[in-house]
Design a protein around this ligand. Structure first.
Ligand code: ADP
Ligand code: MG
Length: 315
């Protein structure tokens, strides 16, 4: 059977089933933003890995090596954030084309490590191989959280409210503008969202430490697609109100570059690396108070319903 017939998620499910084996230390293997391992009763380790491949996930002509390094770290930090964890250690595997210079690689690592340092992670190793195609960067990031803090995708319950941080869709618009070329002045905010997303580690840690979220995921595939992951894992449905979606001025001004449908980029554009989370009714007051301290907006966009896997988008 051809891979394209089952798709990425079909493949992951198939491989997970084929290799599934219980292990006493493992709380969660495949199927969330990071694996969760319990080395002792109080502390959980969170492990995630993500790959950026040249001309699939990035173009050297769109970004500087420093930005590329930062982004390859940020996408992993975002997965640790989504579990409510704090980053600790990272490993990097590089597939390098023969024509690359040492200077470029040094700049990538400078970017990667500046982002890692900001959130407290240190490089512990990796691997280097030749790549016949383009540059491939795989970062594996290990974080931790106390047992009580970890937030899974599977905890959403009917009645919980649905929140998203930031302005989903801006990254997709930024990519579209980069692809269209031309002058980006004044539109830099969108391009910057695509090239240099800031993982919501601080916000997620604050939420997780107070145990305010019943489920959480980072928005990497697109708001609707990632909401579906929460719905599937939690066996619930959701109502999402289009008019509540946080659309920035820059978004409204440029949304036509993505689609004539104003909401499409926000719903289906990927790579926002924002947090999508659910909050139980009894914790709403504390949550609303906490998010006022955030430097990024956190917007209520819907609620969880009882019918499994039923996503109702309300215009
Ligand atoms: P994210 O977008 O949050 O990084 P992914 O969709 O890449 O999540 O992965 C979802 C889950 O599937 C994770 O638990 C991840 O570790 C696992 N996974 C992804 N690709 C593979 C693979 N090739 N083999 C085994 N597990 C995988
Ligand atoms: Mg994720």
């Amino acid at each position: 059977m051809l891979l394209k017939k089952v798709g990425e998620f079909g493949l992951i499910e198939l491989l997970a089933r084929q290799t599934s084996r219980a292990h006493p230390d493992v709380i969660k293997g495949i199927g969330d933003d990071a694996a969760v391992i319990r080395p002792d009763a109080q502390k959980h380790l969170l492990v995630t890995t993500d790959t950026l491949q040249e001309d699939v996930h990035f173009r050297m002509s769109f970004c500087t090596p420093f930005q590329l390094g930062k982004k390859s770290m940020s996408v992993n930090l975002s997965d640790i954030a989504a579990m409510g964890g704090a980053p600790l250690y990272y490993f990097v595997s590089l597939g390098v084309p023969s024509k690359i210079t040492v200077d470029v690689i040094k700049k990538i690592y400078r970017g990667m490590d500046s982002r890692a340092k900001r959130f407290g992670a240190v490089l512990l190793g990796g691997d280097t191989v030749a790549s016949p195609g383009g540059l491939v960067i795989t970062v594996t990031l290990i974080g931790s959280a106390s047992a009580k803090e970890v937030v899974f995708r599977c905890g959403a319950r009917p009645g919980d409210r649905l929140y998203v941080t930031g302005y989903p869709g801006e990254s997709a618009l930024g990519l579209r503008l980069l692809q269209q070329g031309g002058k980006l002045s004044g539109r830099n905010r969108l391009a910057a969202k695509h090239l240099d997303p800031l993982p919501r580690i601080d916000e997620a840690r604050a939420i997780a430490a107070r145990r305010l979220a019943s489920s959480m995921i980072d928005v990497s595939d697109g708001l609707a697609a990632d909401l579906r992951h929460i719905l599937q894992e939690s066996r619930v449905g959701a109502r999402l109100y289009l008019d509540r979606l946080p659309l920035s001025r820059a978004y409204r001004k440029n949304s036509a570059a993505f689609s004539s449908d104003l909401y499409l980029a926000a719903l289906c554009g990927g790579e926002d690396y924002e947090l999508l989370l659910t909050v139980p009714p009894r914790k709403l007051k504390a949550f609303e108070k906490l998010v006022q301290m955030f430097s990024v907006p956190c917007t209520r966009i819907g609620e969880i319903t009882a019918e499994a896997d039923d996503l109702e988008i309300i215009d």
